[in-house]
Ligand binder design. Structure first.
Ligand code: ADP
Length: 409
């Protein structure tokens, strides 16, 4: 794959949203991107942005009449085929849960689709939506290869010591209760990029010990040794680990029983609140957006300050814990909307990790993203570990996996 000969349709079908992009697998350019919101409800809308030959974007909004995922996506894909587009090379689908079944990306056939449906038991919010996206796209684009790229697959290299919970064995054997990890596509892309960048700076990739912290609305950190995930903070579902925008992260499971008893809510309702009404939003009583929290904290808002402090403390604790799984640390790699943009959070995080030898270079950290600092480094040069910022691009990796599997055939 050295020259661009077309684009890949990258589909990310969530429970109430659909994201779709046409991605050039070589350059990473997007000739079209779509964001559908409130999908499955009567007021569903889809914003479709195309980039013309002059490089200028134009956005139009369409309202899919269909009130199901499948119907809405089919409608958007149909509209897409009416446009003047580069040749389509294949369709790459983001799938959240691949269980212990999928260790990498695969071409979708009826058997794979059935397995994705079966894995819905482990991801009831996500896999059914991902599967309906695949079904709709296969119906509209039957002649193209469809590829499933799993959020969990990168973490299938974790050793058993790191993925088992200390719970009754029957839960593991019969119900699949273990840690799977998520954000695998981002961790894989970012760790590959960091390895390339460090290699150009003379750091041998063999034995490289990275902790990748993906800090976005969802947050997770992964220990990557020699290019393979050996440990990660998310577990059976994306609820475990770091504090996130609206998710609690780590928690004593007894909290669920206590709150269910005190409020009369069912367990499912309490878990829903841990997913959507907790995290930065709950701690601050204000917002899940780090931009808002940073502004308000600077003005002295106690909730915003507490939320950021808890967020950073938990993230630092997990980064340090992951160095145990690596037996050391060469580089901490920050990515995601917060990792890439929130210099105040990066600075707070490094301050809490000073004992690992990470010393912030304030100018490099502040400058990051404006005049690109060498290799995205944000710590002072020295013999110890470094910290760097590497922007993630999950859609590009999905496009590349898709083309690789199409070419492989
Ligand atoms: P998602 O996980 O939904 O892909 P993102 O990776 O876009 O989310 O991350 C969203 C988070 O990034 C939000 O908390 C937002 O406040 C933060 N963020 C985005 N841009 C900035 C910025 N310029 N400065 C500080 N934080 C930012």
């Amino acid at each position: 794959m050295s020259t661009s000969q077309g684009s890949v349709v990258v589909v990310n079908c969530g429970s109430s949203s659909v994201k779709l992009a046409l991605v050039d697998p070589v350059t990473g350019e997007r000739s079209l991107s779509c964001l559908g919101e409130r999908i499955g409800s009567p007021d569903a809308v889809v914003h479709m942005t195309t980039t013309g030959p002059d490089g200028r974007p134009s956005t139009r909004t369409i309202t899919p009449a269909a009130t199901t995922h499948r119907g809405a996506l089919a409608h958007v894909l149909q509209r897409l085929l009416d446009l003047d587009l580069p040749p389509l090379l294949g369709v790459g689908h983001r799938v959240v849960q691949g269980g212990s079944v999928f260790h990498g990306s695969v071409r979708v056939d009826d058997r794979v689709l059935a397995q994705i449906h079966e894995l819905s038991a482990l991801a009831p919010l996500h896999n059914p939506a991902n599967a309906s996206g695949i079904e709709a796209a296969r119906a509209v684009l039957p002649d193209l290869a469809h590829v499933a790229v799993f959020d969990t697959a990168f973490h299938q290299t974790m050793p058993e010591t790191n993925y088992r919970y200390a719970v009754p064995t029957r839960w593991y054997e019969e119900f699949g209760v273990r840690r799977y990890g998520m954000h695998g596509t981002s961790h894989r892309y970012v760790s590959q990029r960091a390895t390339e960048v460090l290699a150009t700076a003379g750091r041998e990739p063999r034995g490289l010990k990275l902790v990748v912290a993906h800090l976005g609305n969802g947050c997770s950190a992964t220990a990557v040794l020699d290019g393979r995930s050996v440990d990660t903070t998310m577990g059976l579902t994306p609820l475990e680990g770091l504090v996130m925008g609206t998710r609690s992260g780590d928690l004593d499971p007894a909290v669920v029983e206590l709150v269910a008893e005190r409020t009369g809510a069912g367990v499912a309702e309490v878990v829903k609140q841990l997913n959507s009404e907790s995290g930065l939003l709950a701690l601050s009583g204000l917002s899940n957006d780090v931009r808002t929290l940073s502004e308000k904290a600077a003005e002295g808002h106690a909730g915003a300050k507490l939320a950021l402090d808890v967020f950073v403390h938990r993230a630092a604790k997990h980064v340090a814990a992951l160095t145990v799984s690596l037996g050391g640390l060469d580089a901490l790699v920050l990515t995601g909307g917060i990792g890439e943009n929130a210099k105040n959070v990066r600075s707070m995080l490094l301050a809490r990790l000073a004992h690992l030898g990470l010393v912030e270079d304030p100018a490099a950290n502040a400058d990051h993203g404006r005049s690109s600092t060498p290799a995205g480094r944000i710590t002072v040069p020295g013999d110890g570990p470094l910290a760097m910022v590497v922007p993630t691009d999950e859609e590009l990796l999905i496009a590349r996996d898709t083309v690789a599997l199409v070419e492989h055939r």
